[in-house]
Design a protein around this ligand. Structure first.
Ligand code: PLP
Length: 373
């Protein structure tokens, strides 16, 4: 299997821990272990204190799987398989579902692995474009037009990285209808689920919408616990889960024992964890709205509807790679150039899940005053 370089991850490998302030992180600010343990109920506190650091159950700790299943309407613990982050889930899923002669439909732009692993597994990948003029909304007519008799998989990401877009319910229902009629498996990357700005906009989970559909979830983004490296696949298709479990024997075998317990604690306290994280995101958003209205004509902003990231455009005649490089070198503030998503329209990803966002935004503004006005 040959995989091309993961451009975004290589960019972060260079800058994430060298830059002083991240203004493009995709996750919400991580909780400390101390703060997380303060949220533990009695049972999970015992699990933590008495934890033995041996191998764990390869499908995931049963209590954790049960807690993850509670995030869905129709899932039980046995409908959940735990992975090392969403990334391992994406890798396993594409390898199990796709091979040469198969076809997959994936939105663009997208987190690179969503399309690249499918391609490396041998499938032909058709991209359905999300466009700023449509508010980055998914056009299900384009999904329908991309389908072929050998389409095995339709992969979308709701809320979406990097644009923060979120389909409306009617669009999502049409998508589910297309998957059901065509027999292509619907996979919904839901790593930003629960960060919809208006909870009324939250879509049904893929795994709830259709028996064969797949939800990909993770502790990294909405739950602010990326360092746990705990993600999962939820689906009512038990046959698929059996195949995925067999694949996982060749990747991580089982999950990190401490991470499983910490994830359990966070999920049992999810109302408090999500309230904290939604508070950070919703507190930062108005600052971005004000910034982009002050800079209208220089930056173009399509306001996201969920998640902790957006994908504005630098309208001024300065290449975004050059602008971002100057910004980080001179001010320590990191933006993510859209070129890592193969975007050619001078966009960049901005992240608003960090508590120091206003400080980063101030430095961006000072730098923009100096270089763009
Ligand atoms: C849409 C999407 N899917 C999957 C992943 C992988 O998540 P993780 O790093 O938690 O494995 C990411 C990470 O940025 C993402 O944005």
């Amino acid at each position: 299997m040959r995989l091309p370089e993961f451009t975004l991850e290589r960019f972060f490998a260079r800058w994430e821990f060298a830059a002083e302030l991240l203004l493009c992180a995709s996750d919400v600010e991580g909780l400390s272990v101390r703060d997380l343990l303060d949220l533990a109920d009695e049972d999970s506190r015992h699990r933590w204190d008495d934890l033995r650091l041996g191998y764990t159950e390869s499908a995931g700790d049963p209590a954790l799987r049960a807690e993850i299943a509670r995030l869905y309407e129709h899932a039980q613990a046995d409908d959940v398989l735990v992975f090392a982050g969403a990334e391992e889930a994406v890798f396993a899923l594409n390898n199990v579902l796709l091979g040469s002669g198969d076809h997959a439909v994936v939105v663009r732009p997208a987190y690179q692995s969503l399309a690249e692993v499918a391609r490396a597994a041998g499938a032909e990948v058709a991209r359905v474009e999300l466009r700023p003029a449509d508010g980055w909304r998914l056009d299900t007519a384009e999904v329908g037009a991309a389908l072929r008799p050998n389409t095995r998989l339709i992969l979308v990401n709701e809320p979406h990285n990097p644009t923060g877009s979120l389909s409306d319910r009617a669009t999502f229902d049409r998508l589910v209808g297309l998957a059901a009629e065509s027999g292509a498996r619907l996979v919904v990357d839901e790593v930003y689920r629960f960060l919809e700005f208006d909870p009324a906009d939250r879509l049904p989970a893929g795994a709830d919408a259709l028996e064969t559909a797949v939800s990909i979830g993770v502790m990294s983004k909405s739950f602010g616990l990326a360092g746990l490296r705990i993600g999962w696949i939820a689906t009512r298709d038990r046959g698929l889960l059996t195949r995925l479990a067999a694949f996982k024997d060749y990747t991580t075998i089982c999950n990190s024992a401490p991470s499983e317990v910490l994830a359990l604690i966070a999920l049992r306290a999810r109302d408090r964890v999500l309230a904290r994280n939604r508070g950070i995101v919703l507190g930062n958003l108005p600052l971005l709205d004000e910034f982009f209205s002050r800079w209208a004509g220089v930056f173009e902003w399509v306001r996201p509807r969920g998640g902790s990231i957006g994908f504005p455009r630098l309208v001024a005649d300065v290449p975004i790679d050059r602008f971002a490089e100057g910004l980080v070198r001179e001010t320590g503030v990191l933006l993510l150039p859209g070129t890592v998503f193969a975007d050619t329209s001078n966009r960049f990803r901005i992240g608003f899940g960090r508590t120091n966002m206003s400080a980063a935004l101030e430095r961006l503004e000072t730098y923009a005053e100096r270089t763009l006005r």
